[in-house]
Design a binder for this molecule. Structure first.
Ligand code: BDR
Ligand code: CA
Length: 325
């Protein structure tokens, strides 16, 4: 089983990431940590507990950072609504938060497990992950890998150049991409253009019946409405679940190596992930002499096996529905 910590800001698509992480036999969900992103830390933390309650699961949930490292806070209320998870019914939490701060939870959990066994899955702004790496640098050597939702090598969503999770805390993203641990970047190129809740997938989830099925469909209905006019996509994007799917089945995505830099200053491009796919070192890719350059090698996701991804969602929802019955 793959041990993961899911760092999230639920969030409609974050909820589907929790679904896959909680239901899949391939995953040992060590805990969920929350970070301000789609909405305030109060709202996303309450939502995380409610989502676990809907799914009938109980795992440690630790509340994390209230805002980005350097910049002013940006939230995505225009997509996720006034609570950060408008649309579905959210029951009161059936259990309490872990008493630790998310940053300490991440550090203690990684240090308590064998080296090379814990995967971090940040699917909100990377504030907690960056702070954890700075507070306890030994986790950088110790984690197995970091699979992030965020960035894009083609086009952004919150601006033409930038994806929301990176834009909301670019300095944290810089820390994560440059730390030296293995990073897989699953960006909008994949999540916003290949991982959509198609009518066929919605019908399959509807056929399961019960409150989990209803919850999932309600999340998609809500973001389908808010996406309209903001994003040029026909169906709701299920961004964050792609990262968990890639832990369950690494072959579900294809990747190419690139040196990824986060634009921290651009007038029109702040928060952009600039990906250099070229492996030859003859050019001044990121300035300076080629030989003097650091290479922030990242596995950048390119394609998704959508049929397999859809099966994972249906199987996960079915499994948790049966477990609750
Ligand atoms: C990312 O931003 C958030 O709104 C989603 O939850 C996802 O993590 C997509 O840009
Ligand atoms: Ca998210």
């Amino acid at each position: 089983m793959e041990k993961i910590i899911l760092d999230c800001d639920p969030g409609h698509d974050d909820a589907i990431a929790i679904l896959l992480a909680a239901a899949s036999p391939e995953i040992d969900l060590l805990g969920i940590t929350t970070v301000a992103g789609n909405h305030t830390i109060d709202n996303v933390t309450r939502n995380a507990l409610s989502v676990c309650t809907v799914f009938g699961i109980q795992v440690p949930v630790a509340r994390g950072s209230e805002g980005p490292l350097v910049i002013e806070q940006v939230i995505a209320e225009e997509i996720h609504g006034a609570t950060g998870l408008d649309g579905p019914y959210l029951p009161p939490a059936s259990f309490d938060l872990d008493p630790r701060h998310a940053v300490d939870f991440i550090i203690e959990t990684v240090m308590a497990h064998e080296p090379g066994t814990v995967t971090l899955v940040p699917v909100g702004p990377y504030t907690n992950i960056a702070l954890a790496a700075r507070k306890e640098p030994r986790i950088v050597e110790r984690v197995k890998q970091v699979i992030v939702m965020g960035g894009a090598y083609t086009r952004g969503n919150i601006t033409p150049a930038a994806e929301f999770n990176i834009y909301a805390d670019p300095e944290a993203a810089h820390v994560v991409f440059s730390a030296g641990w293995p990073v897989t970047m699953i960006g909008l190129d994949l999540t916003q253009h290949q991982a959509l809740a198609t009518p066929e997938l919605q019908e399959r989830v509807r056929a399961i019946g019960g409150d989990i099925s209803e919850f999932i469909l309600d999340t998609w209905d809500f973001v389908h409405t808010t996406h309209n006019g903001l994003l040029d996509i026909p169906y709701p994007a299920i961004h964050d679940a792609c990262c968990v799917a890639a832990v369950i089945d690494p072959d579900i995505i294809t990747v190419e190596k690139a040196d990824v830099r986060v634009e921290l200053e651009g007038r029109w491009t702040k928060g952009q992930t600039v990906a250099n796919f070229q492996s030859a070192s003859g050019m001044r890719h990121f300035g300076g002499s080629a030989s003097a350059q650091t290479d922030y090698r990242t596995d950048v996701a390119i394609t998704l096996d959508f049929e397999r991804f859809a099966d994972l969602i249906v199987d996960s929802a079915t499994h948790l529905t049966n477990a609750k019955a």
